[in-house]
Design a protein around this ligand. Structure first.
Ligand code: SAM
Length: 212
């Protein structure tokens, strides 16, 4: 099957999996996932599966990227914080839909590779740093949207604090057992409201950064 045919099949799978937002589908269509996976996995880049990116980490399943991005309800005026840059693929999708993306990764090596890929694609509205993303990026807060791409034990309070009133955070919550759940947090004047978006499976959000 040609690259175009595999991409078209993947987009159909995303649509039937619940990604109906045309802007989100368009951003995924324009983002070359094959450039974000190690060479050994390139043939599988357009399969609807998570793939290894080294350091026991994964590039998320495209359907999950689609559903999480859609759940953020993004517009091109928004400032977004992403926790867990990984390969930079989700970052690139967000960058096509938002004004600016701030992204935090704890693995220096993964971050370096992701930054190279984003630069090669001439994506210029991303600012990245290494660190423990559960602390957010207070100097750049507030954010209209926050996306966490690793599972937290509980809703990280410092991230809720950095969400603008009216803002949305999407975060996987829980350990593997019994199940993690994708949660949408809406920041209100008085605090926050949460909504369960269903079961998911993510690598854990862990503390200390891993330098070079
Ligand atoms: N969205 C990524 C992509 O498209 O490739 C996949 C993210 S991967 C499932 C989760 C990432 O979160 C890993 O790269 C991991 O190193 C990172 N991570 C885990 N805990 C973190 C933390 N406390 N702060 C920042 N990054 C963290």
């Amino acid at each position: 099957m040609s690259l175009d045919a595999r991409k078209a099949k993947l987009l159909m799978e995303l649509r039937s999996g619940g990604v109906g937002d045309k802007r989100v589908l368009g951003a995924i269509e324009k983002t070359p996932r094959e450039k974000f996976v190690p060479p050994a996995f390139r043939a599988k880049a357009h399969d609807n599966v998570a793939l290894p990116i080294g350091f026991d980490q994964t590039i998320s399943q495209p359907l999950v990227v689609g559903l999480m991005t859609q759940a953020l309800e993004l517009t091109d005026r928004m400032k977004v914080l992403e926790i867990g840059t990984g390969s930079g693929y989700q970052t690139a999708v967000l960058a096509r839909l938002a004004r600016r993306v701030y992204t935090v990764e704890r693995h220096a090596e993964l971050l370096k590779e992701a930054e190279k890929r984003l630069a090669a694609l001439r994506i210029t509205n991303v600012t990245a740093k290494m660190g423990d993303g559960s602390r957010g990026w207070p100097e750049q807060a507030p954010f209209q949207r926050i996306l966490v791409t690793a599972a937290a034990a509980d809703i990280p309070p410092l991230l809720v604090d950095q969400l603008a009133v009216g803002g949305i955070m999407i975060v996987p919550i829980g350990s593997d057992d019994p199940m993690q759940h994708l949660v949408r947090v809406r920041r209100t004047e008085r605090g926050s409201e949460t909504e369960d978006l269903g079961p998911v499976k993510f690598v854990p959000l862990v503390g200390e950064p891993v330098p070079h």
